[in-house]
Design a binder for this molecule. Structure first.
Ligand code: MCA
Ligand code: AMP
Length: 504
């Protein structure tokens, strides 16, 4: 595979001095040090645009200090976990960065979660606080947390107070716990330390040449690494600015790109599909760079989007546990159907089954309080360089570029959100009229895959509406089936296990 140095400019310090190597990515210690330094050296620079107005770096800095003070005054101590479930807004980012500056560990959660899903997160990390925008989520958190649980909205409507020392976290301190099911079915928290976040943000900002002159159209959820680490942290680390949109709408993205003279767009393939089919992709033609990630970008969509935008979309590959792994190059050939080559600091290898293995300063070192799952996730190849993380993705090296050929893990990716068949099957199994059920992903031009339930009926066959009604309160809408197929029996192997790959 091409070496990661091929991503960098010839005068990048990581290239100039080969002895610096990947260690140069984390030399600053933490992102908080980089950000506070940038905010004090360029206080009047524009940072976030929301609702018709710009926030300067100084305003944001002050607001995050105030937020840290409120959280500390509410009784929260460094190291305690704060569940954070909110749509993109400056308030949400103020609360997030304020929590990190106060030494708290932020636990992002999908705003679409049902009670069952959110309560799992709150109890698993023994959260001390929750910052949530939905009133029903606030109730669930209050009921499931300890008596002292602090529950508030993204605006942190709490008394002001002294924040104490800020930004004192070290590189090894945990910063985020991000829930994912990894290669198995059980949602568990990947612990990302400050040094992992720093390595990932430094790596992409250098590889993609992000600078203070950049302006991102940000329309991704901020509870996943794509919108949070690449979008929001990338913007702050580069000293750039972003137009924050409350969600994705092709017209709003196009208008923001033109009106605010943006230079960057980061999206998932479903967003590119909608930009092309709405005819608004051409409004991105003045951007410096459009990046796609989180799910495979089919070659025909890559071609259609690149033609409509007028520049080649850059596809990259990431994962919650490892943040950003590989990318097509900023300068050089961007090959459709590939995810490029390792980002700065990242090493890629393959096991005998073709599974992609990863190592580097961006790769997490364990799930929260799950020693067995952590041990299962790593492989020692005996090469002396430390353990490799096993991604569950299957890939190959095609003339220096990584091609993702499939997955060994049971995972459906719909619109960039991950859905685990076993979790959906467990819920559907309790639906009246369902004797047996299996869940698969059916290819979709717009969504990548849509969730399909294969049902063996017990008496009267349940309809799709019946299945979805049963899921409500148990599964977020994006995990619920969009298609149902009635079958007489499910295909099983000699051990009686359902073979999902034989359905469809
Ligand atoms: C919304 N719905 C979905 C999805 N999103 N259903 C299946 N899959 C989805 N992804 C449901 C809604 O709840 C609603 O259900 C119905 O679809 C119609 O919603 P619609 O308005 O069309 O959707 P939307 O709100 O416009 O959302 C589509 C979206 C969104 C903008 C593409 O899914 C999205 O923001 N995706 C990005 C995900 C992402 O950031 N992933 C990064 C994770 P009902 O009709 O029942 O109400 S991966 C990651 O972070 C790693 C590190 C990486 O590599 O990046
Ligand atoms: P998550 O754990 O939600 O971060 O999802 C990570 C998974 O998304 C990876 O293991 C891949 O299966 C998939 N993924 C992310 N980016 C890409 C991409 N560009 N092409 C193919 N799959 C991707």
């Amino acid at each position: 595979m091409r070496p990661w140095r091929d991503h960098l400019e010839p005068d990048d310090p990581l290239v100039v001095d080969a002895r610096v190597g990947a260690a140069g990515l984390t030399a600053a210690g933490t992102l908080l040090h980089i950000w506070s330094g940038l905010w004090s050296s360029a206080p009047t620079s524009r940072l976030w645009h929301e609702g018709g107005r710009w926030w300067t770096a100084e305003e944001f800095d002050q607001a995050t200090r105030r937020a840290a003070g409120r959280l500390r005054t509410a009784g929260l101590e460094p190291g305690q976990r704060v569940v954070w479930s909110t749509g993109p807004s400056v308030d949400a980012l103020v609360a997030h960065v304020g929590a990190l500056r106060a030494g708290l560990v932020v636990v992002p959660a999908n705003t679409a979660y049902s009670e069952r899903e959110l309560v799992h997160v709150v109890s698993d990390v023994r959260a001390s606080a929750a910052i949530v925008e939905r009133a029903d989520q606030a109730d669930w958190c209050s009921r499931s947390g300890p008596g002292s649980m602090v529950v508030t909205g993204p605006g942190l409507d709490l008394p002001d107070g002294d924040p104490g020392p800020l930004d004192v976290c070290g590189p090894d301190d945990p910063a985020l716990i991000c829930f994912t099911s990894g290669t198995t079915g059980t949602p568990k928290g990947a612990v990302l330390r400050h040094r992992h976040l720093l390595a990932a943000a430094e790596s992409v900002t250098r590889a993609w040449r992000m600078s203070p002159g950049d302006r991102l159209v940000h329309c991704l959820p901020i509870f996943h690494a794509h919108g949070l680490v690449v979008g929001a942290y990338g913007t702050m680390t580069a000293g750039g600015s972003a137009v924050l949109l409350p969600g994705f709408d092709p017209g709003a993205v196009a208008a923001a790109a033109v009106d605010q003279r943006a230079t960057l767009f980061f999206g998932v393939p479903t967003m590119y599909h909608r930009l092309v089919s709405s005819g608004r992709a051409a409004d991105l033609s003045h951007l410096r760079l459009c990046v796609s990630g989180s799910a495979p970008l089919p070659a025909d969509l890559h071609a259609a989007a690149s033609t409509a935008i007028g520049s080649v979309v850059l596809e990259r590959y990431g994962m919650t546990e490892t943040l950003m792994n590989t990318s097509n190059p900023y300068a050089g050939e961007r090959r459709a159907g590939t995810v490029g080559f390792p980002l700065p600091g990242v090493e890629v290898a393959f096991d005998d089954a073709g599974q992609v293995l990863l190592r580097g300063p961006n790769v997490f070192d364990g799930y929260f309080e799950r020693a067995t799952a952590t041990a299962d996730a790593f492989r020692d190849l005996g090469d002396g360089g430390g353990p490799w993380f096993a991604t569950g993705d299957l890939g190959s090296d095609e003339s220096g570029y990584l091609v993702i050929r499939g997955r060994s893990k049971e995972l459906i990716i719909s619109g960039g959100f991950n859905v685990y068949p076993a979790e959906v099957e467990d819920v559907l199994a309790g639906c009246p009229g369902v004797a047996e059920v299996a869940v698969t992903g059916t290819p979709s031009d717009e969504w990548g895959e849509v969730v399909t339930a294969w049902v063996v009926a017990d008496g009267a066959a349940p309809s799709l509406d019946d299945l979805r009604a049963h899921c409500s309160g148990l599964l977020a809408p994006y995990k619920q089936p969009r298609l149902v197929r009635m079958v007489d029996a499910l295909p099983r192997n000699a051990l009686g296990k359902v073979v999902r790959s034989q359905l469809g």
